[in-house]
Design a protein around this ligand. Structure first.
Ligand code: PLP
Length: 349
């Protein structure tokens, strides 16, 4: 288990001088107004919580998402609550169902607790196959949907997500991981957590908000569900977050104009590289609506990853189900131009 974790982290490690488009980070940091808010809290770093910072974050998020503030909890990123919901609701007798490929953190938690993990291939449109997911394990404890999906960037329709919520066992939990939702110009699943007690929405500030190293994530769920996730430590982790990150997040969420501009710029950078690859006859998995896309090289992905690294471009990994396909994260326009140039250099049809 430890080895797998170390391998996953490898993608985030800097290779000196290389363009870093391997770890689905944002190419730039927090919005300047948010960074300033964080700095103000650095100066008050002697206090665990100088002035109701948690509540200010919950109120700001509630206003944006249209859900009650008492259904929002903040965490140091979204990885911790993702593991916790699996530990709380899956077990050796209640499995976990996910797509394949998808973000695999919950696979590792499942292995740790001895829960059966069932992986169901995506549909031909690269959405989650919700009916096949339920059929594959009708009595699972946790059904995990990642939308947009890491690594394909593809979105699963809200109607399908609702179908799974309405048809799964009542005492199981539907987890909807929306780490990349800020790149989508369309509906999200947040409001499902406003009324239902069996749905958990995960959000993170690590992606579009450029705060991966600052550590801030959110869960939207009923108070009862969240109590169950916090019973191991009495809520200590969520009660004492870095206030710099909390203030930075609060100052970020309402910046609709900045969010839209960052989304538009990165989506344009993505499409430019996708077109560049297609013009060379290289296959790209269609439909990404996030800061990543997958390239099907038709040959081992790890060889292409190494060739591009030799040309100073650090792309992402592949998934066992698709060994010829690499995930590429979207960087700045300049970084994506460097990627396109590296492709020109190393690609031999
Ligand atoms: N969920 C998804 C789908 C991710 O891709 C990631 C990180 O890449 C995470 C959760 C966890 O990120 P963090 O703990 O930084 O919020």
């Amino acid at each position: 288990l430890r080895v797998t974790g170390a391998v996953a982290q490898q993608a985030a490690k800097a290779v000196a001088g290389a363009v870093r488009i391997g770890a689905n980070e944002c190419w730039t940091g927090p919005f300047p107004v948010a960074a300033q808010a964080a700095f103000r809290l650095v100066q008050e770093g002697n206090r665990y919580e100088p002035d109701n910072e948690h509540q200010k974050l919950f109120d700001a998020v509630a206003a944006v998402e249209g859900i009650p503030a008492d259904r929002i909890v903040a965490w140091p990123g979204s990885s911790d609550p993702l593991s916790r919901v699996a530990v709380a609701y899956a077990s050796p007798t209640r499995g976990i169902v996910t797509a394949d490929p998808t973000y695999e953190a919950i696979w590792r938690t499942g292995a740790w607790i001895g829960a059966k993990v069932t992986k169901v291939p995506l549909t031909k449109d690269y959405a989650h196959d919700v009916k096949a997911m339920l059929a594959a394990d009708p009595n699972a404890g946790v059904y995990y949907i990642c939308s947009p999906n890491n690594p394909t960037g593809t979105v699963t329709p809200i109607a399908d997500i609702e179908w799974l919520a309405n048809n799964k066992p009542r005492d199981s939990i539907l987890v909807v991981d929306e780490a990349y939702i800020h790149w989508v110009d369309g509906p999200n699943a947040a409001k499902m957590a406003a009324t239902r007690d069996d749905v958990l929405i995960l959000r993170t500030f690590s992606k579009l908000f450029g705060m991966a190293g600052m550590r801030l994530g959110l869960t939207f769920a009923s108070p009862g569900l969240m109590d169950k996730m916090m019973r191991y430590d009495g809520g200590q982790v969520t009660a004492m977050l870095p206030m710099t990150a909390v203030a930075c997040g609060t100052a970020s969420v309402g910046e609709a104009g900045l969010i839209k501009a960052r989304r538009a710029e990165m989506n344009a950078a993505r499409e430019k590289s996708v077109s560049h690859l297609k013009a060379k006859g290289i296959k790209v998995i269609p439909g990404s609506q996030a800061n990543m896309f997958m390239v099907d090289w038709g040959r081992p992905a790890k060889d292409m990853q190494a060739a591009l690294l030799a040309a100073n471009v650090q792309i992402g990994r592949s998934w066992p189900i698709w060994p010829n396909v690499s995930r590429v994260s979207v960087g700045s326009i300049a970084e994506m131009e460097a990627f396109n140039a590296a492709i020109d250099k190393v690609w031999k049809a």
